[in-house]
Design a protein around this ligand. Structure first.
Ligand SMILES: Cc1cc2nc3c(=O)[nH]c(=O)nc-3n(C[C@H](O)[C@H](O)[C@H](O)COP(=O)(O)OP(=O)(O)OC[C@H]3O[C@@H](n4cnc5c(N)ncnc54)[C@H](O)[C@@H]3O)c2cc1C
Length: 390
């Protein structure tokens, strides 16, 4: 019995937990120590049906919705944040724009193999000179006969160097505001003109590939335009709400992973002849951590349920992402403090979760940008209700 989840959702969570124990836990050390990209686990996630939870049945998915994505993200991230980042970048960040804006042919060709785990996807927005200010991107696509020729650079792209396909944004009309002159393309990285410049060495997220790449006279046909010419900004904005809720689910996972280690340790570690949980400085900290994790989970689930019902949830998605990601870093840090010296070593998983969790106050839109979005939506709501009253 759960107030938060339905019977089906709980069954799904159990199925994911079993998968995580069987397929992921035994590989976590290798991924972390050797920075191995977990290609085989992504294939298994596909075989298990986990890469299709957001996608329609006719392309191999199960169309279960964003609440299931939040559950999946939490469970995998509690054990292996980098694996979930790769999974999500492929199935969700790349997959959702195609799901929502793709033609039937595009979905068959570019979404179905992602759902099976046979191919890997990535989402290419960020550039060296365009991060938070995405509209100022410099990548250009110019029409040449029946094709478009793309030139530009993208950086920090998760899965960039291992992706088969990328949903990539470029400016197609330079004479108008970039929001009206941007187009989304589906590009195939095996074609000439796609060039990996480098993979970044990251502070955390070992196992992930985070790539700076260039497009040099990369040619793509009209049939690879996603969501219509000059409609790219709409595709991009639509993707962000889903991404932010999914990241909130991941952040709850990082925090829970660290929290569980800290609770166990506080029961076993003896100092001054008692388990350290007997000191209120420890046990009250545990209480605060648990409360924050639960609050973040509720925010994530609220936004996910709104989106599943077809409601606009821009403010709620940003609130969930902001709170959950800031909470995750705080909770991982508190867990490390509870572990004392051993927490600072690689004997325990908490130092890894702390490093990994730091990313999500930046990726998917920084905390500052989330606060900007939340206040903008609040003032919009107030102005709307004022107008309705007058
Ligand atoms: C590991 C990793 C994975 C990533 N994966 C992807 C991916 O798969 N695809 C993709 O497209 N991108 C990806 N990104 C890029 C990520 O989304 C950007 O890093 C992020 O949006 C911030 O952009 P920036 O790094 O250029 O920082 P900037 O935009 O340069 O920001 C620098 C600082 O200024 C602040 N700032 C900027 N504008 C404002 C403002 N208006 N008000 C207040 N403060 C502001 C920011 O909050 C930040 O603190 C990834 C990044 C990392 C590090």
């Amino acid at each position: 019995m759960s107030i938060l989840f339905s019977e089906e959702e709980l069954e799904f969570r159990q199925q994911v937990r079993e998968f995580v124990q069987r397929e992921i836990v035994p590989k976590v050390d290798e991924i972390e120590k050797n920075n191995v990209f977990p290609r085989d686990i992504i294939r298994k996630l596909g075989e298990e049906g986990f890469l299709g939870i957001l996608h329609p049945e006719e392309y191999g998915g199960s169309n279960r919705g964003l609440v299931y994505e939040v559950i999946l993200a939490e469970e995998i991230s509690a054990v292996c944040p980098s694996l979930d980042m790769s999974r999500m970048s492929s199935a969700t960040l790349y997959g959702m724009p195609i799901n929502r804006f793709g033609t039937d042919e595009q979905k068959r060709k570019y979404l179905a193999p992602i759902i099976k785990g046979e191919k890997i996807g990535a989402l290419g927005i960020t550039e060296p000179n365009a991060g938070s200010d995405v509209a100022r991107m410099e990548t250009r696509a110019v029409k040449d006969g029946d094709e478009w020729v793309i030139n530009g650079e993208k950086r920090f792209i998760t899965n960039g160097s291992v992706a088969d396909y990328i949903v990539l944004f470029a400016i197609t009309d330079r004479t108008v505001d970039p929001r009206k002159g941007m187009t989304a393309f589906i590009i195939d990285t095996k074609k000439p003109g796609f060039k990996v410049i480098k993979d970044f060495e990251l502070m955390g997220m070992r196992g992930c590939r985070n790539t700076h790449f260039a497009l040099e006279d990369y040619r793509v046909g009209e049939e690879n335009i996603l969501g219509g010419l000059n409609n790219g900004f709409k595709v991009l904005m639509d993707e962000l709400d889903t991404e932010r809720v999914a990241i909130a689910g991941e952040a709850v996972g990082y925090a829970r992973g660290a929290f569980e280690v800290a609770v166990r340790y506080s029961m076993e570690r003896i100092q001054f002849k008692k388990p350290i949980r007997m000191f209120e400085a420890i046990s009250f900290r545990i209480a605060d951590m648990a409360t924050k994790i639960e609050a973040a989970r509720l925010l994530a689930l609220r936004a996910a349920r709104m989106i599943d019902k077809g409601l606009k949830a821009t403010k709620e998605a940003s609130m969930a992402k902001l709170f959950a990601t800031e909470m995750a870093f705080e909770v991982c840090d508190a867990a490390l403090q509870i572990l004392g010296g051993i927490g600072y070593t690689k004997e325990m998983s908490v130092e890894k979760l702390l490093r990994d969790s730091r990313l999500m106050r930046i990726g998917g839109g920084t905390s500052e940008i989330q606060r900007f979005v939340i206040q903008r939506e609040i003032y919009k709501e107030f102005e709307k209700s004022n107008r309705a009253r007058s």
